[in-house]
Ligand binder design. Structure first.
Ligand SMILES: NC(=O)c1ccc[n+]([C@@H]2O[C@H](COP(=O)([O-])OP(=O)(O)OC[C@H]3O[C@@H](n4cnc5c(N)ncnc54)[C@H](OP(=O)(O)O)[C@@H]3O)[C@@H](O)[C@H]2O)c1
Length: 277
């Protein structure tokens, strides 16, 4: 496993398991499967209603807690410090863990500045090892970083071979904030697994289209959290560290970028035009 050293010195696995859309009753089993095949990082959120399953799997595991990396995200639309504290408290109770490795603001709604200052306070008290944001674009990111005491360590945004976010990577560089990809497999949309370029590149390395799509992100320094409930796909999605895509292959995969989000999640509701970056 490769790790990214975040801007506060914390090491984060480059590959984690996303658990969006996994029902609560299945989540503990799925996370236990993932841990058994080598995953050490899990990405959940209050909005996924499965934090308890993640926490139970972590607590039941024989793996030392400090070798695991748990990310969650507070509920949206907190406007005050009290609402933010309640939201954090809810997640901490669901997880049942002493601390969270990475706490994110899920979307730039509510009052992001107030939410951020509240997370900073809890970070300084040791409740989180790191804090960050998700779905913040240049119209909202300054609400966090202007006047921040603690810089976000990551910005988690939709990123995959069809929406490569090269301008976002450049935008975040001066802040030393890492880009973390959500939907790194584009939710399987646009026939990504049958994409001729990805399949052809994969054949050269004895790898699948999914592995090529994920490795492309890693070679661009992007942290990934692919989701699957199938153990054999978990193994596939983490088996990325015995090959390196050549410059020529990186170049042809770069040409797959559509510059647009494909999942339909509301970047536009954030009043953000990707072309304005
Ligand atoms: N911050 C945010 O706003 C936000 C938004 C969306 C997602 N996320 C996070 O990002 C994580 C990943 O994104 P995602 O779940 O939307 O989508 P994704 O990881 O891009 O794709 C998941 C889909 O691909 C399938 N799949 C996974 N590996 C495969 C493989 N090797 N071969 C073929 N099919 C494969 C899965 O099916 P099976 O499960 O049936 O295998 C599932 O249908 C989420 O779980 C969540 O943690 C965050």
């Amino acid at each position: 496993m490769d790790y990214k050293v975040l801007n506060n010195g914390l090491k984060m696995p480059m590959v984690g398991l996303g658990v969006y859309n996994i029902p609560e009753r299945e989540t503990q089993r799925v996370v236990e499967d993932a841990l058994s095949v080598g995953y050490r990082s899990i990405d959940t959120a209050a909005m996924y209603y499965n934090e308890k399953g993640v926490g139970d799997a972590v607590k039941n595991s024989a793996i030392p807690r400090d070798e695991l990396f748990v990310t969650t995200k507070i509920c949206d639309s907190c406007y005050t410090r009290e609402e933010t504290l309640r939201s954090v408290d809810h997640s901490m109770k669901q997880l049942g863990l002493d601390y969270v490795d990475l706490m994110l603001i899920h979307w730039p709604v509510g009052n992001p500045t107030v939410m951020w200052h509240t997370l900073e306070e809890l970070y300084e008290q040791g409740m989180f090892k790191a804090i960050g944001v998700s779905n913040f674009y240049p119209n909202t990111f300054p609400k966090i970083v202007d006047g921040a005491k603690v810089m976000p360590v990551v910005n988690q945004c939709e990123t995959h071979v069809l929406y490569q976010q090269r301008k976002m990577i450049e935008y975040l560089q001066p802040y030393n904030v890492a880009l973390e990809a959500w939907s790194p497999l584009a939710e399987g949309r646009n026939s990504i697994f049958k994409n001729k370029t990805l399949v052809a590149v994969g054949e050269k390395y004895g790898k699948t289209s999914a592995q090529v799509a994920l490795k492309f992100l890693i070679q661009n320094g992007v942290i990934i959290i692919p989701k699957t409930t199938h153990k054999e796909r978990m193994i596939e999605n983490i088996d990325l560290f015995d090959f390196t895509l050549s410059d020529d292959d990186l170049h042809i995969i770069r040409l797959l970028d559509t510059g647009r989000n494909v999942t339909g999640w509301p970047s536009d509701a954030l009043r953000y035009n990707p072309e304005s970056l």
